[in-house]
Design a protein around this ligand. Structure first.
Ligand code: APR
Ligand code: ZN
Ligand code: ZN
Length: 361
Protein backbone atom coordinates (compact mmCIF):
# COMPACT_ATOMS: atom_id res chain seq x y z
CA UNK A 1 0.00 0.00 0.00
CA UNK A 2 1.42 3.42 -0.95
CA UNK A 3 1.94 5.62 2.12
CA UNK A 4 1.57 9.36 2.63
CA UNK A 5 4.34 11.10 4.60
CA UNK A 6 5.76 14.61 4.97
CA UNK A 7 8.73 15.71 2.89
CA UNK A 8 10.62 18.92 1.96
CA UNK A 9 10.07 19.97 -1.65
CA UNK A 10 11.90 22.52 -3.82
CA UNK A 11 8.95 23.49 -6.03
CA UNK A 12 10.75 25.66 -8.62
CA UNK A 13 13.92 27.61 -9.35
CA UNK A 14 14.87 29.79 -6.35
CA UNK A 15 11.46 29.34 -4.71
CA UNK A 16 11.51 28.73 -0.96
CA UNK A 17 11.31 25.08 0.00
CA UNK A 18 8.17 23.80 1.74
CA UNK A 19 6.87 20.76 3.55
CA UNK A 20 4.32 18.80 1.49
CA UNK A 21 2.57 15.46 1.68
CA UNK A 22 4.34 12.97 -0.56
CA UNK A 23 3.36 9.48 -1.65
CA UNK A 24 5.83 6.60 -1.19
CA UNK A 25 5.04 3.46 -3.21
CA UNK A 26 5.77 -0.03 -1.95
CA UNK A 27 9.34 -1.10 -2.74
CA UNK A 28 9.73 -2.85 -6.09
CA UNK A 29 12.36 -5.46 -6.95
CA UNK A 30 15.74 -4.43 -5.53
CA UNK A 31 14.27 -1.48 -3.63
CA UNK A 32 13.80 -0.53 0.03
CA UNK A 33 11.63 1.94 1.93
CA UNK A 34 13.67 3.58 4.69
CA UNK A 35 12.21 5.35 7.70
CA UNK A 36 14.47 8.42 7.92
CA UNK A 37 15.76 9.36 11.38
CA UNK A 38 18.16 12.16 10.44
CA UNK A 39 19.34 14.05 7.35
CA UNK A 40 22.01 16.77 7.13
CA UNK A 41 21.61 19.98 5.15
CA UNK A 42 24.27 20.23 2.40
CA UNK A 43 25.26 22.80 -0.24
CA UNK A 44 24.13 20.40 -2.92
CA UNK A 45 20.53 20.65 -1.64
CA UNK A 46 20.78 24.41 -2.00
CA UNK A 47 22.18 24.01 -5.53
CA UNK A 48 19.18 21.83 -6.44
CA UNK A 49 16.81 24.49 -5.11
CA UNK A 50 18.62 27.19 -7.10
CA UNK A 51 18.29 25.16 -10.30
CA UNK A 52 22.09 24.79 -10.46
CA UNK A 53 22.03 21.01 -10.96
CA UNK A 54 19.17 20.49 -13.41
CA UNK A 55 15.62 21.65 -14.11
CA UNK A 56 13.75 18.53 -13.00
CA UNK A 57 11.56 20.36 -10.46
CA UNK A 58 9.96 19.60 -8.08
CA UNK A 59 12.82 18.06 -6.10
CA UNK A 60 12.49 16.05 -2.93
CA UNK A 61 15.57 17.39 -1.13
CA UNK A 62 17.96 15.82 1.40
CA UNK A 63 20.67 13.20 0.94
CA UNK A 64 22.97 12.97 4.02
CA UNK A 65 20.77 10.51 5.81
CA UNK A 66 20.46 7.56 8.14
CA UNK A 67 17.44 5.56 9.19
CA UNK A 68 15.86 2.16 9.59
CA UNK A 69 14.79 -0.10 6.74
CA UNK A 70 11.01 -0.50 6.89
CA UNK A 71 10.34 -2.86 4.00
CA UNK A 72 12.22 -4.37 1.08
CA UNK A 73 11.18 -5.50 -2.39
CA UNK A 74 11.71 -8.77 -4.19
CA UNK A 75 15.23 -10.14 -4.38
CA UNK A 76 16.72 -7.93 -1.65
CA UNK A 77 19.06 -9.94 0.54
CA UNK A 78 21.74 -7.51 1.77
CA UNK A 79 19.42 -5.52 4.03
CA UNK A 80 16.26 -6.45 5.92
CA UNK A 81 13.48 -4.59 7.75
CA UNK A 82 14.82 -3.24 11.05
CA UNK A 83 18.40 -2.69 9.82
CA UNK A 84 19.97 0.67 10.72
CA UNK A 85 21.53 2.08 7.54
CA UNK A 86 23.36 5.06 6.08
CA UNK A 87 22.19 6.02 2.58
CA UNK A 88 24.60 6.70 -0.27
CA UNK A 89 24.24 8.43 -3.62
CA UNK A 90 24.47 5.40 -5.82
CA UNK A 91 23.73 1.72 -5.89
CA UNK A 92 26.75 0.55 -7.82
CA UNK A 93 26.55 -2.34 -10.29
CA UNK A 94 29.59 -4.30 -9.05
CA UNK A 95 30.31 -5.50 -12.57
CA UNK A 96 31.47 -2.64 -14.77
CA UNK A 97 35.14 -1.89 -15.31
CA UNK A 98 35.21 0.84 -12.64
CA UNK A 99 33.59 -1.46 -10.08
CA UNK A 100 35.83 -4.39 -10.91
CA UNK A 101 38.89 -2.21 -10.58
CA UNK A 102 37.80 -1.22 -7.08
CA UNK A 103 36.66 2.28 -8.00
CA UNK A 104 32.89 1.99 -7.69
CA UNK A 105 32.54 5.75 -7.08
CA UNK A 106 33.02 6.00 -10.86
CA UNK A 107 30.52 3.19 -11.63
CA UNK A 108 29.16 3.47 -15.20
CA UNK A 109 25.93 1.64 -14.50
CA UNK A 110 24.34 2.69 -11.22
CA UNK A 111 21.06 1.10 -10.18
CA UNK A 112 19.28 3.71 -8.08
CA UNK A 113 15.57 3.30 -7.34
CA UNK A 114 13.27 4.38 -10.16
CA UNK A 115 11.77 7.80 -9.47
CA UNK A 116 8.30 6.77 -8.36
CA UNK A 117 7.67 9.08 -5.40
CA UNK A 118 5.01 11.70 -6.13
CA UNK A 119 2.98 14.57 -4.67
CA UNK A 120 -0.64 13.66 -3.81
CA UNK A 121 -1.79 15.00 -7.22
CA UNK A 122 0.51 12.51 -8.95
CA UNK A 123 3.30 14.99 -9.83
CA UNK A 124 6.57 13.04 -10.04
CA UNK A 125 9.32 14.06 -7.62
CA UNK A 126 13.04 14.08 -8.39
CA UNK A 127 14.88 12.87 -5.28
CA UNK A 128 18.12 14.80 -4.63
CA UNK A 129 21.12 12.59 -5.50
CA UNK A 130 18.71 9.69 -5.95
CA UNK A 131 17.83 9.80 -2.24
CA UNK A 132 15.31 12.50 -1.15
CA UNK A 133 15.61 12.15 2.62
CA UNK A 134 14.17 15.36 4.09
CA UNK A 135 11.13 13.15 4.53
CA UNK A 136 9.68 10.79 7.09
CA UNK A 137 10.31 7.92 4.65
CA UNK A 138 11.96 7.53 1.28
CA UNK A 139 12.30 4.93 -1.47
CA UNK A 140 15.83 3.95 -2.51
CA UNK A 141 17.65 1.04 -4.13
CA UNK A 142 18.68 -1.49 -1.51
CA UNK A 143 22.23 -1.04 -2.80
CA UNK A 144 22.14 2.55 -1.52
CA UNK A 145 21.81 1.26 2.06
CA UNK A 146 24.87 0.41 4.18
CA UNK A 147 24.34 -1.24 7.56
CA UNK A 148 26.26 0.25 10.50
CA UNK A 149 26.30 -0.22 14.29
CA UNK A 150 22.84 0.95 15.44
CA UNK A 151 24.14 2.33 18.73
CA UNK A 152 25.39 5.49 16.99
CA UNK A 153 23.07 8.52 16.86
CA UNK A 154 21.33 8.90 13.51
CA UNK A 155 22.32 12.58 13.25
CA UNK A 156 25.98 11.57 13.35
CA UNK A 157 25.63 8.55 11.06
CA UNK A 158 23.86 10.46 8.29
CA UNK A 159 26.79 12.82 7.87
CA UNK A 160 28.88 10.04 6.37
CA UNK A 161 26.43 9.98 3.48
CA UNK A 162 28.12 13.00 1.89
CA UNK A 163 30.23 15.97 3.04
CA UNK A 164 31.98 14.49 6.06
CA UNK A 165 32.85 11.30 4.16
CA UNK A 166 34.08 13.45 1.26
CA UNK A 167 36.53 15.24 3.57
CA UNK A 168 37.72 12.25 5.58
CA UNK A 169 38.08 10.23 2.38
CA UNK A 170 40.02 13.05 0.66
CA UNK A 171 42.65 12.67 3.40
CA UNK A 172 42.59 8.90 3.95
CA UNK A 173 41.67 7.46 0.55
CA UNK A 174 42.74 10.03 -2.05
CA UNK A 175 45.60 11.83 -0.31
CA UNK A 176 46.88 8.71 1.44
CA UNK A 177 47.90 10.86 4.40
CA UNK A 178 50.24 8.82 6.58
CA UNK A 179 51.93 8.95 9.96
CA UNK A 180 54.31 11.91 10.23
CA UNK A 181 53.07 13.71 7.12
CA UNK A 182 52.61 17.45 6.96
CA UNK A 183 49.16 18.38 5.69
CA UNK A 184 47.56 21.70 4.75
CA UNK A 185 43.81 22.05 4.31
CA UNK A 186 42.54 25.10 2.41
CA UNK A 187 38.90 25.92 3.26
CA UNK A 188 37.63 24.81 6.66
CA UNK A 189 33.89 24.25 6.25
CA UNK A 190 32.38 20.84 6.98
CA UNK A 191 34.40 19.20 4.21
CA UNK A 192 37.74 20.80 5.11
CA UNK A 193 37.25 20.10 8.81
CA UNK A 194 36.53 16.48 7.99
CA UNK A 195 39.78 16.38 6.00
CA UNK A 196 41.52 17.74 9.11
CA UNK A 197 39.90 15.09 11.32
CA UNK A 198 40.90 12.41 8.78
CA UNK A 199 44.50 13.64 8.69
CA UNK A 200 44.59 13.61 12.48
CA UNK A 201 43.30 10.05 12.48
CA UNK A 202 46.05 9.08 10.03
CA UNK A 203 48.75 10.41 12.35
CA UNK A 204 49.81 13.54 10.45
CA UNK A 205 52.56 15.42 12.27
CA UNK A 206 51.38 18.91 11.32
CA UNK A 207 47.96 19.94 10.10
CA UNK A 208 47.78 23.51 8.83
CA UNK A 209 44.28 24.95 8.44
CA UNK A 210 43.76 27.83 5.98
CA UNK A 211 40.60 29.92 5.76
CA UNK A 212 39.53 33.55 5.35
CA UNK A 213 37.21 33.41 8.36
CA UNK A 214 38.65 33.35 11.90
CA UNK A 215 35.57 31.56 13.25
CA UNK A 216 36.32 28.67 10.88
CA UNK A 217 39.94 28.57 11.97
CA UNK A 218 38.92 28.34 15.63
CA UNK A 219 36.71 25.33 14.85
CA UNK A 220 39.47 23.79 12.72
CA UNK A 221 41.70 23.71 15.81
CA UNK A 222 39.11 21.68 17.70
CA UNK A 223 39.09 19.21 14.79
CA UNK A 224 42.84 18.62 15.03
CA UNK A 225 44.53 21.49 13.19
CA UNK A 226 47.92 22.20 14.78
CA UNK A 227 48.42 25.56 13.01
CA UNK A 228 46.07 28.08 11.41
CA UNK A 229 46.53 30.68 8.67
CA UNK A 230 44.06 33.42 7.79
CA UNK A 231 44.67 33.81 4.05
CA UNK A 232 42.84 37.14 4.00
CA UNK A 233 45.83 38.86 5.56
CA UNK A 234 48.67 36.36 5.00
CA UNK A 235 49.96 34.67 1.84
CA UNK A 236 49.03 31.06 2.59
CA UNK A 237 51.73 29.59 0.34
CA UNK A 238 54.46 31.48 2.20
CA UNK A 239 52.93 30.65 5.56
CA UNK A 240 52.66 26.93 4.80
CA UNK A 241 56.26 26.84 3.56
CA UNK A 242 57.45 28.59 6.70
CA UNK A 243 55.60 26.14 8.91
CA UNK A 244 57.14 23.18 7.08
CA UNK A 245 60.80 24.13 7.25
CA UNK A 246 60.68 25.89 3.88
CA UNK A 247 59.51 22.82 1.96
CA UNK A 248 55.72 22.88 1.68
CA UNK A 249 53.27 20.24 2.86
CA UNK A 250 53.34 16.58 1.85
CA UNK A 251 49.63 16.68 1.14
CA UNK A 252 47.51 19.78 0.45
CA UNK A 253 43.75 19.38 0.40
CA UNK A 254 41.67 22.04 -1.35
CA UNK A 255 38.13 22.18 0.06
CA UNK A 256 36.81 25.40 -1.45
CA UNK A 257 36.51 24.69 -5.18
CA UNK A 258 38.03 27.85 -6.70
CA UNK A 259 40.95 28.36 -9.15
CA UNK A 260 42.87 30.68 -6.80
CA UNK A 261 42.73 28.26 -3.88
CA UNK A 262 43.69 25.37 -6.14
CA UNK A 263 46.66 27.43 -7.31
CA UNK A 264 47.62 28.03 -3.68
CA UNK A 265 47.33 24.30 -3.02
CA UNK A 266 49.56 23.56 -6.00
CA UNK A 267 52.39 25.80 -4.77
CA UNK A 268 51.96 25.04 -1.05
CA UNK A 269 52.99 21.41 -1.42
CA UNK A 270 56.48 20.06 -1.17
CA UNK A 271 58.25 18.75 -4.27
CA UNK A 272 56.72 15.39 -5.14
CA UNK A 273 53.81 16.13 -2.80
CA UNK A 274 50.14 15.51 -3.46
CA UNK A 275 47.34 17.99 -4.09
CA UNK A 276 43.79 16.78 -3.55
CA UNK A 277 40.89 18.78 -4.98
CA UNK A 278 37.70 18.02 -3.06
CA UNK A 279 35.95 21.42 -3.41
CA UNK A 280 33.61 21.30 -6.41
CA UNK A 281 34.33 23.94 -9.09
CA UNK A 282 31.70 25.40 -11.45
CA UNK A 283 31.75 24.59 -15.19
CA UNK A 284 33.25 27.99 -16.16
CA UNK A 285 36.29 27.76 -13.88
CA UNK A 286 39.71 27.25 -15.44
CA UNK A 287 43.11 26.57 -13.91
CA UNK A 288 46.23 28.12 -15.40
CA UNK A 289 49.60 26.71 -14.37
CA UNK A 290 53.01 26.91 -16.03
CA UNK A 291 53.55 23.45 -17.46
CA UNK A 292 57.18 23.61 -16.37
CA UNK A 293 56.00 23.89 -12.76
CA UNK A 294 53.72 20.89 -13.18
CA UNK A 295 56.62 18.95 -14.65
CA UNK A 296 59.33 20.25 -12.35
CA UNK A 297 57.49 19.85 -9.05
CA UNK A 298 56.46 16.24 -9.68
CA UNK A 299 54.06 14.48 -7.34
CA UNK A 300 50.36 14.07 -7.92
CA UNK A 301 47.38 16.29 -8.67
CA UNK A 302 44.24 14.39 -7.71
CA UNK A 303 40.56 14.99 -7.35
CA UNK A 304 38.48 13.17 -4.78
CA UNK A 305 35.03 12.00 -5.70
CA UNK A 306 32.82 11.32 -2.66
CA UNK A 307 36.04 10.79 -0.72
CA UNK A 308 36.82 7.89 -3.09
CA UNK A 309 34.97 5.81 -0.53
CA UNK A 310 33.72 2.27 -0.53
CA UNK A 311 30.59 2.68 1.60
CA UNK A 312 30.50 -0.93 2.82
CA UNK A 313 34.15 -0.71 3.89
CA UNK A 314 34.35 2.90 5.13
CA UNK A 315 30.99 3.66 6.78
CA UNK A 316 31.07 0.87 9.41
CA UNK A 317 34.77 1.52 10.10
CA UNK A 318 34.29 5.25 10.70
CA UNK A 319 31.22 4.67 12.87
CA UNK A 320 33.25 2.19 14.95
CA UNK A 321 36.07 4.72 15.36
CA UNK A 322 33.51 7.30 16.45
CA UNK A 323 31.91 4.94 18.97
CA UNK A 324 35.35 4.15 20.40
CA UNK A 325 35.98 7.87 20.92
CA UNK A 326 38.78 8.06 18.35
CA UNK A 327 36.95 10.20 15.77
CA UNK A 328 34.54 12.87 16.98
CA UNK A 329 31.85 12.91 14.30
CA UNK A 330 29.37 14.57 16.67
CA UNK A 331 31.45 17.76 16.45
CA UNK A 332 30.14 18.26 12.90
CA UNK A 333 26.53 18.56 14.06
CA UNK A 334 26.10 22.26 14.87
CA UNK A 335 22.34 22.07 15.41
CA UNK A 336 19.41 19.72 15.00
CA UNK A 337 16.24 21.07 13.41
CA UNK A 338 12.78 20.00 12.25
CA UNK A 339 11.61 19.35 8.68
CA UNK A 340 10.00 22.79 8.52
CA UNK A 341 13.28 24.59 9.27
CA UNK A 342 15.29 23.64 6.16
CA UNK A 343 14.82 27.03 4.48
CA UNK A 344 16.24 28.78 7.57
CA UNK A 345 19.11 26.28 7.67
CA UNK A 346 20.06 27.21 4.09
CA UNK A 347 20.29 30.81 5.22
CA UNK A 348 22.58 29.93 8.13
CA UNK A 349 24.74 27.75 5.91
CA UNK A 350 25.06 30.58 3.40
CA UNK A 351 26.35 32.89 6.14
CA UNK A 352 28.90 30.31 7.29
CA UNK A 353 27.27 29.99 10.73
CA UNK A 354 27.13 26.18 10.79
CA UNK A 355 29.14 23.11 9.88
CA UNK A 356 26.01 21.04 9.54
CA UNK A 357 22.38 21.58 10.46
CA UNK A 358 20.76 18.17 10.73
CA UNK A 359 17.05 17.49 10.37
CA UNK A 360 16.02 14.99 13.03
CA UNK A 361 12.75 13.09 12.70
N1 APR B 1 40.44 30.82 0.82
C1 APR B 1 40.29 30.02 1.90
N2 APR B 1 39.10 29.62 2.37
C2 APR B 1 38.00 30.05 1.74
C3 APR B 1 38.07 30.88 0.60
C4 APR B 1 39.36 31.28 0.14
N3 APR B 1 39.52 32.06 -0.92
N4 APR B 1 36.80 31.14 0.18
C5 APR B 1 35.99 30.49 1.03
N5 APR B 1 36.70 29.84 1.97
C6 APR B 1 36.24 29.02 3.10
C7 APR B 1 34.97 29.50 3.75
O1 APR B 1 35.23 30.51 4.71
C8 APR B 1 34.44 28.22 4.39
O2 APR B 1 34.95 28.03 5.69
O3 APR B 1 35.90 27.74 2.59
C9 APR B 1 34.97 27.12 3.47
C10 APR B 1 33.88 26.46 2.65
O4 APR B 1 33.08 25.78 3.54
P1 APR B 1 31.52 25.55 3.37
O5 APR B 1 30.95 26.70 2.62
O6 APR B 1 30.97 25.18 4.69
O7 APR B 1 31.47 24.30 2.38
P2 APR B 1 31.72 22.76 2.63
O8 APR B 1 30.45 22.08 2.97
O9 APR B 1 32.87 22.55 3.54
O10 APR B 1 32.14 22.31 1.16
C11 APR B 1 33.32 22.83 0.56
O11 APR B 1 33.50 21.04 -0.98
O12 APR B 1 32.11 19.31 -1.50
C12 APR B 1 32.51 20.57 -1.84
O13 APR B 1 30.56 21.54 -2.87
C13 APR B 1 31.41 21.59 -1.75
O14 APR B 1 32.69 23.10 -3.02
C14 APR B 1 32.22 22.83 -1.72
C15 APR B 1 33.41 22.44 -0.86
ZN1 ZN C 1 29.68 -0.49 -11.80
ZN1 ZN D 1 25.89 16.57 0.29
Amino acid sequence: MPQEVRGVIAPGKNEPVRVETIVIPDPGPGEAVVKIQACGVCHTDLHYKQGGINDDFPFLLGHEAAGVVESVGEGVTDVAPGDFVILNWRAVCGQCRACLRGRPWYCFDTHNATQRMTLTDGTELSPALGIGAFAEKTLVAAGQCTKVDPSVSAAVAGLLGCGVMAGIGAALNTGNVGRGDTVAVIGCGGVGDAAIAGSNLAGAAKIIAVDIDDRKLATARTMGATHTVNSKDTDPVEAIRELTGGFGADVVIEAVGRPETYQQAFYARDLAGTVVLVGVPTPEMKLELPLLDVFGRGGALKSSWYGDCLPSRDFPMLIDLHLQGRLDLAAFVTETIGLDEVEKAFERMHHGDVLRSVVVL
